[in-house]
Design a protein. Structure first.
Length: 111
């Protein structure tokens, strides 16, 4: 099991739900998505639905995605929004990506 709501929302956008683009470009909403994913992983471990090793792997994959792909994907979403004529208020910056990665790191310590 791999928990990554951002990628799930990206899939929805690529399926035509373009109105979701501004949410995925908003730093605060993006952070909340990853925070919710982290809490889901912790809850699954607490419920014994996910073993600690798998949870650590999921945290590693989340951090790797954030560091390696999040900014790139947000740039692609920004271009798609422009193509579709969708207004975007804010976009992710490198600082936001770093904060999200550090937040994941902190929450992982709970397992």
């Amino acid at each position: 099991m791999f928990v990554n709501s951002y990628l799930e929302e990206m899939r929805r956008i690529l399926s035509g739900e373009f109105e979701l683009i501004p949410e995925l470009l908003d730093p605060g909403k993006t952070r909340k998505l990853f925070e919710r994913d982290c809490k889901t992983i912790i809850e699954l471990v607490q419920q014994k639905s996910l073993d600690v090793e798998s949870a650590r792997r999921n945290f590693f994959l989340l951090k790797s995605y954030v560091v390696a792909q999040l900014l790139t994907h947000s740039e692609k979403l920004k271009r798609l929004a422009e193509e579709k004529g969708i207004e975007v208020g804010t976009t992710l910056r490198e600082e936001d990506v770093n904060e999200i990665a550090m937040m994941i790191e902190e929450i992982e310590k709970e397992i």
